[in-house]
Ligand binder design. Sequence first.
Ligand code: ADP
Ligand code: ZN
Length: 216
Amino acid sequence: MRLILLGAPGAGKGTVAKLLTQLDGSVQISTGDILRGAVQAGTELGKKAKEYMDRGDLVPDDLILGIMEKRFLEPDCQKGFLLDGFPRTIPQADALKKILVKLNIKLDMAVNLEVPREVILDRLSTRRTCVNSSCQAIYNVKSMPPKVAGKCDKCGSEIVQRADETEAAISKRLDTYNEKTAPLIGFYKKEGLLFDVNATASDTVVNAIKRKIDGI
Ligand code: ADP
Ligand code: ZN
C-alpha cells in the first residue's frame, strides 16, 4: 500500500505505520526518525536540522525534499510505503505530488488520524523513545512501559524523553501542526484521497485502513 499518515504529533502515526508494515511488507518512512538518526550521527543534515527540531519548529522544506527525493528511489519502496511525518506543509505536498508523477507512483490514500487534544498532550508527556537510531522503539511510562525501567525491550539501549518533548516544545509543535500541517487535510480532501479515522486506539485504525484498502 502507498499511504500518507496525517495527524498531530502524538496522534500515533509511527505506531500505526509500524503495525501496517507487518501486513504487506510496505516500508515505513519517518522523516522524524531519519532526522533524529542524522542528528545522532552528526552529519551535515543533522547539524542543520537540530536547532529547528529542539525548538519544535519544522525543518526547512528544501532539506526534507532533498531527503525524500532520494528515499523514493531506494528499492525497498517498491512494495509500498507509509509516509509518517511527510508531507508536513503545503509546499511539501505540492512537491510530493510532482515527485510521484515523475516516478509514476499512485497513492492509495491520505489517512487523517483524529485524536482529542487532551489525549495528545498526555501521550506526548509520557512518551519515551529508544536512543538507538536504528531502533527508535516507542514506549509510554503509563500505558506501555518497558520490561526493565529505562531500557529498550528490543535492543537494550537507554530509553529517554526526546529533547522536543518538554512542555514548551510540545506546545510549540502543536501550534506548528495547526498552522502548517492541518491545511493538508483540505489539500488531500480536494485530491479525493482523504480518509478520516478516529485514532484513539491504534489497532482500530489499522483495521479501518485494512477494510478501506480491501474495498478500493
Ligand atoms: P512528531 O510527529 O511526533 O512531531 P516527528 O518524529 O515526526 O515527530 O518529527 C520530529 C521533528 O522533526 C519535527 O518537530 C520537525 O522539527 C522535524 N520534521 C520531521 N518531519 C518533517 C517534515 N516533513 N518537515 C519539516 N520538519 C520535519
Ligand atoms: Zn531500542
